[in-house]
Write a protein that binds this ligand. Structure first.
Ligand SMILES: Nc1nc2c(c(=O)[nH]1)N[C@H]1C(S)=C(S)[C@@H](COP(=O)(O)O)O[C@H]1N2
Ligand SMILES: [Mo]
Length: 556
């Protein structure tokens, strides 16, 4: 069954303990309870005390003078394309979530402060427990691709489809407003609010309201739900998605503030997904309950025929196609993972390289913002060389800087400190989803560049670690020279005003603030200036890019 995993991969992706666990903070139950009481509870009180309100849908039964009838082809296509993308985004998103199965509203991600977690693990205090250790298994029946620590491929699927999901939405909204279909969805009077409530009271108390024919009219609640899904959920999904990008967050600090902070945005992104999922369940149920055959003709053929099964068959074919797509996507994920990585980069790298990758990080955080917790990640080096250096407080450490340069050098920590230093307080964005704010002190990479004088053909800087990657072999990563010269790009020997500790990357670690965490090599052994990342390792730009199909440019 797991022929696609070798032994090491199996131990990472298919752990012994695969139990699903859902943990909610008690206050979340109180919030859910209040929401429940404020809606269904109030509906029942109204029903029991005052009786059922008038059903506003009775006014919608006459279809004689309706001007907008049925659904044009563009609307039908956009609807199904949207369905298809939404399922991909939800399934791949869940796979991403389970790589850091905790959701917070604070930016430090301290274990125990999460409002929701999908892990039974209590982070141990007496031993090193990294964010990678903390990743959880998710069934491939639910997540795309599922299993444990498959965030690279999951992100591939997610981000390949995001631009098309957005494009489909833009096409839909433009055509909606270009013609008269907007009248069906966009409310024109505040009367929609009390009408929606009346319809809701009917549903909540199991008194099915009058059902207008959706070919001509939606009831108020239906109209408002469709409006909300299109004009509230979709923009929220996009906005909260943008907030999680290190390149964007670092330049536009006000953006994640709309949701409190980056983790607030991540939590809202998840809640938007839940709302979409809930909408799909209710929407599909209602389609089935209120005249499946007729409704399916509406949304596949654009006809209003209560007996013709063609619409139902077309719908079934679309759903079968979606299912077949996922079977294929899972096969591709394991047999052709580079395909996912390559297409992800074809679309997104080109999109980002000329846009958000150019943004310059801006200083923002203050001393008080430093978070009390900062997830550690990566495998401590096990080499004798590093251990011996560490035993002597890295006094004998020499950073080698070479490659295509005029003036290769070897520098001790003291030499480096003489060359220059700066201190920055920044937010770290791990690909897994967690973040943390810390102070970093070290030498601007620019000072090194000025010293070694790279040849004009150099485009890329490679940083090699003393430590190994998850699947063995030296950990390394590359950055464009351009990103190494951005504000905040430093080699740090100091964290939170103390000497960088072993766990966090001693003697030196990288900070390049517009990138995700995996690009910030810890335990740096040497630096090489090169013409292209393709000549190093397997040629994808870094250890995780080689082995775990991560992105070369990590802006999102
Ligand atoms: N050598 C090495 N550097 C590494 C890693 C690693 O596994 N090995 N992990 C990276 C990842 S995924 C992250 S999020 C950050 C974590 O830095 P921290 O331990 O300071 O939080 O280090 C990065 N640098
Ligand atoms: Mo990370």
């Amino acid at each position: 069954m797991f022929t696609h995993f070798n032994k090491i991969e199996k131990s990472v992706h298919y752990p012994e303990d695969r139990k699903l666990f859902i943990g909610l903070k008690p206050y979340v139950f109180i919030v859910i309870g209040i929401v429940f009481l404020a809606t269904i509870g109030v509906a029942w009180v109204q029903y029991l005390v005052y009786g059922l309100p008038n059903d506003p849908s009775s006014a919608l039964l006459s279809t004689a003078e309706v001007s907008v009838k049925g659904f044009p082809l563009w609307l039908i296509l956009c609807h199904w394309v949207n369905f298809f993308f939404l399922v991909i985004l939800i399934r791949s998103g869940l796979s991403i979530l389970f790589d850091h199965p905790r959701l917070y509203f604070n930016e430090g991600c301290k274990p125990g402060s999460e409002w929701l977690k999908f892990t039974p693990v209590k982070v141990p205090k007496d031993k090193l427990w990294t964010a990678k250790d903390d990743a959880r298994y998710i069934s491939p029946l639910v997540g795309l691709p599922g299993y444990r620590h498959t965030v690279g491929i999951a992100r591939g699927w997610h981000f390949i489809h995001v631009p098309f999901f957005v494009l489909n939405g833009v096409v839909f909204v433009v055509l909606l407003f270009a013609g008269d279909q907007r009248q069906r969805i966009v409310p024109t009077s505040w009367q929609i609010i009390p009408d929606t409530w009346s319809v809701f009271v009917h549903y909540a108390t199991f008194n099915l309201p009058i059902e207008p024919n959706g070919f001509y009219h939606y009831n108020a609640l239906q109209q408002l739900s469709y409006f909300g899904v299109i004009f509230i959920l979709a923009p929220l999904a996009m906005l909260t998605g943008l907030c999680m990008s290190p390149a964007i967050e670092n330049r536009f600090h006000w953006l994640p503030k709309l949701f409190g902070n980056r983790q607030g945005a991540r939590s809202v992104h998840f809640l938007v997904m839940l709302s979409y999922a809930a909408f799909i369940v209710v929407h599909v149920s209602m389609v089935a309950i209120t005249g499946l055959v007729r409704n399916m003709n509406h949304i596949t053929l654009g006809t209003d025929n209560p007996t013709d099964y063609t619409g139902l068959y077309i719908g079934a074919v679309i759903i079968l196609f979606t299912f077949a797509f996922f079977v294929h996507a899972h096969w591709v994920s394991w047999k052709r993972p580079r395909w996912v990585q390559r297409n992800g980069s074809l679309i997104n790298e080109n999109l980002w390289r000329f846009t958000i990758n150019k943004l310059k990080p801006k200083p923002y955080f203050k001393k008080e913002d430093i978070t009390p917790f900062f997830w550690p990640n990566g495998k401590l080096p096990t080499s004798e060389k590093w251990k011996n250096l560490a035993a002597n407080n890295f006094k004998d450490y020499k950073l080698k800087v070479a490659g295509s340069v005029e003036n290769p050098v070897e520098l001790s920590l003291d030499d480096l400190k003489k060359l220059g230093s700066e201190q920055n307080i920044t937010m770290h964005h791990c690909i897994q989803g967690w973040s943390g704010v810390a102070e970093w002190g070290g030498i601007p990479i620019k000072a090194l560049v000025d010293l070694v004088k790279p040849h004009s053909s150099v485009t890329t800087v490679a940083f090699y670690s003393f430590g190994e990657g998850l699947y063995g072999g030296i950990y390394y990563d590359t950055h464009t020279l351009d990103n190494c010269l951005k504000p905040g790009s430093i080699l740090a020997w100091e964290m939170n005003y103390e000497t960088l500790s072993e766990v966090y990357g001693a003697p030196l670690r990288l900070r390049v603030e517009n990138q995700l965490g995996y690009k910030m090599v810890k335990w740096i052994e040497r630096i090489e200036f090169v013409e292209s990342h393709e000549t190093i390792g397997k040629g994808y730009g870094g250890k995780n890019e080689d082995d775990e199909y991560f992105d070369l440019i990590a802006n999102t």
